[in-house]
Design a protein around this ligand. Structure first.
Ligand SMILES: CCCCCCCC/C=C\CCCCCCCC(=O)SCCNC(=O)CCNC(=O)[C@H](O)C(C)(C)COP(=O)(O)OP(=O)(O)OC[C@H]1O[C@@H](n2cnc3c(N)ncnc32)[C@H](O)[C@@H]1OP(=O)(O)O
Length: 210
């Protein structure tokens, strides 16, 4: 049971492009917010202006994030995904490609809003990125599933503000279970985080068209 309904409006190209542009500006706003030295009075004034903008957007409010018509991959319809979704200001967003042999790859840079230990990426953010990449690798086998287990091993701190790579691949499928592994690596090629995961296609989805 979720408070957000399953049914989704599907955006046309123009609206998806406009909302993607809006999300990009909000992403910049989030970074500007954590880095600004504007001072108390200016910060309060900007907060009032942003509240007015939020009210404008909320005037026409959907009950759930919209989808787009997917291309080749059904998983691409979730344009508001918090890792890869260009419509989601919380997402970096990370473009994740799936090769014909099922390897998921992406390059990305994480800024100050994702900081955990000073100057390094928050471990939960790394886990989220890996969950998405490994989940897509699992889905590429033809058996998409929910994360049942996700184990992360943080080998070295992951630096902010430099180009990182994520890579993932499924290793085996056992009925409704898919096992996958992957890494995040730093610009020097050294792995900073390793992950293994198991995804399970819920029984209720086995006969559905998902
Ligand atoms: C059609 C697919 C629909 C999914 C769509 C996903 C989108 C894919 C598309 C695009 C990829 C994008 C990538 C996304 C990446 C991010 C994904 C997430 O963040 S998912 C959110 C976090 N995960 C949860 O919230 C799960 C919560 N848990 C559950 O819903 C259930 O527990 C679930 C589905 C994991 C299993 O439920 P059961 O009812 O289907 O499974 P039972 O029949 O009880 O068990 C089957 C077997 O699995 C084992 N099992 C079940 N849960 C386990 C667990 N957590 N750990 C280990 N084993 C487990 C059981 O022991 C059993 O094993 P034995 O067959 O008897 O050997």
């Amino acid at each position: 049971m979720s408070a957000i309904p399953m049914e989704r409006p599907v955006l046309g190209d123009d609206e998806a492009a406009a909302l993607t542009g809006l999300a990009a500006r909000v992403r910049e706003l989030a970074e500007a917010t954590v880095l600004t030295g504007a001072g108390a009075a200016e910060a309060a004034a900007v907060a009032d202006e942003i509240a007015a903008l939020t009210a404008r957007l909320t005037a026409e409010r959907r009950g759930a994030p919209p989808f787009v018509t997917p291309g080749e991959r059904r998983m691409d319809r979730q344009i508001a995904n918090p890792v890869s979704g260009p419509l989601n200001p919380f997402a970096p967003p990370i473009g994740l490609d799936v090769t014909s042999d099922g390897v998921v790859r992406g390059e990305f840079t994480l800024g100050a809003v994702y900081e955990g230990p000073p100057s390094y990426v928050h471990g939960g953010v790394s886990a989220m990125v890996l969950d998405q990449a490994l989940g897509m690798a699992a889905a590429a086998t033809g058996t998409p599933g929910m994360t049942a287990t996700l184990e992360t091993r943080y080998r070295r701190p992951t630096p902010l503000g430099v180009p990182l790579k994520v890579e993932a691949k499924a290793s085996r499928v056992e009925g409704r279970k898919v096992y996958a592994s992957g890494t995040i690596s730093a610009p020097d090629g050294r792995v900073t985080v390793e992950a293994t995961a198991m995804f399970i296609m819920p029984q209720r989805f086995v006969t559905s068209e998902y």
